[in-house]
Design a protein around this ligand. Structure first.
Ligand code: PHE
Length: 344
């Protein structure tokens, strides 16, 4: 009987040894330790034995039972550990792999330029305001000293929203200057403001012309403002935006709403005045129109020209990055081509 038990034990362990999955392990458990398992049957058969024998065999059988249970537990643990290791191996991730690139947006070069220029003027005490793109004839022309049928209107090829023959027809503003009037109508001096925004011209597009482009208007009105203030302010702007060593040139120009009127140019930073492609061989690059606010314009908004004076300027926005980065076609700005836009 004891020998039989020893055999059973040896068989059970040699079978257990080669089991490599939980299903086979369960079958093994039922085979030996289950209700109809070999060992269970032995233990049940004990009752038929004489007392002395029963004690000896019973003790041995219980020992074997304990050994088998311990073996079972051990196998269970090692199989679980194994399957966990396999699962981990399968679902392994490499946290050092670079992530998917995130698309980061950025500001349009025009927006960047507007912000930069406005920040320069804000630091000199100018406020930043905006105004309507659809404008009345009155603000775009009439109040700016450009009467109906005056040939100066030809300076601005106009997109009319209403027939221009009407009383005060609507149009798409041809410059940001109408905001000079709107602002002065609403406030009293001192006035210091820059006004960025879209402007429209009825023109064929080419490398240097768009039917929509941006301007930044500037206006300063107070007691005792002189041409010296105009030059100092605009010179400072040029140096802050185009480089500390820039020089500025002012020449006469004509705009009906200023007197005197000027155009400002800065020395070409590519050839430093010698003449090259960027400056069209002149050594100078024109960047804006400006002038002292015309007394007629001041009167129009009820500012006394004997008390107040001021200067105004208008600068084209796209031209600044075009000059800076050598962009040769203004149409690139609004062609919605990411290959262009991503470069800024
Ligand atoms: N509004 C003018 C233009 O678009 C520029 C300008 C503004 C000139 C202010 C003088 C003063 O051409």
């Amino acid at each position: 009987m004891l020998a039989e038990l020893e055999q059973l034990k040896a068989r059970a362990f040699s079978e257990l040894d080669v089991i490599d999955n939980l299903k086979h392990l369960e079958e093994w458990r039922l085979r030996y330790l289950g209700r109809k398992g070999s060992l269970t049957l032995v233990l049940r058969g004990l009752s038929g034995l004489p007392l002395e024998e029963r004690r000896v065999v019973g003790a041995a059988a219980n020992e074997i039972k304990a050994a088998l249970e311990a073996g079972l537990k051990q196998k269970q643990d090692s199989l679980k550990e194994q399957s966990l290791a396999v699962a981990l191996q399968k679902s392994r991730i490499d946290v050092t792999l670079p992530g998917y690139p995130v698309n980061v947006g950025r500001f349009h070069p025009t927006t960047q330029t507007i912000r930069e220029v406005c920040a320069v003027f804000a630091s000199m005490g100018f406020q930043v305001i905006e105004g309507p793109e659809v404008e009345w004839d009155y603000y775009n022309f009439e109040a700016l000293n450009i009467p109906r049928d005056h040939p100066a209107r030809d300076m601005w090829a106009t997109l009319w929203v209403e027939a221009p023959e009407g009383e005060n027809p609507m149009l798409l503003r041809t410059h940001t200057s109408p905001m000079q009037i709107r602002l002065m109508e609403k406030t009293r001096p001192p006035v210091r403001a820059v006004i960025p925004g879209k402007t429209y011209r009825y023109e064929a597009t080419d490398a240097t012309h768009e039917s929509m482009f941006y301007q930044i208007e500037g206006l300063a009105v107070d007691r005792g403002i002189t041409m010296g203030d105009l030059k100092g302010t605009l010179f400072e702007f040029a140096r802050r935006v185009f480089g500390e060593e820039r020089r500025a040139r002012f020449r006469c120009d004509y705009f009906p709403f200023v007197e005197p009127g000027v155009e400002m140019a800065i020395d070409c930073w590519v050839c430093r005045g010698k003449g090259c492609r960027l400056c069209g061989n002149t050594g100078w690059i024109e960047i804006l129109g400006a002038g002292m606010v015309h007394p007629q314009v001041l009167r129009r908004v009820d500012y006394d020209p004997d008390v107040y004076s001021g200067f105004a300027f208008g600068v084209g926005v796209e031209r600044i990055p075009m000059l800076r980065y050598g962009i040769e076609d203004i149409r690139l700005f609004y062609g919605n081509d990411l290959r262009f836009l991503k470069q800024f």
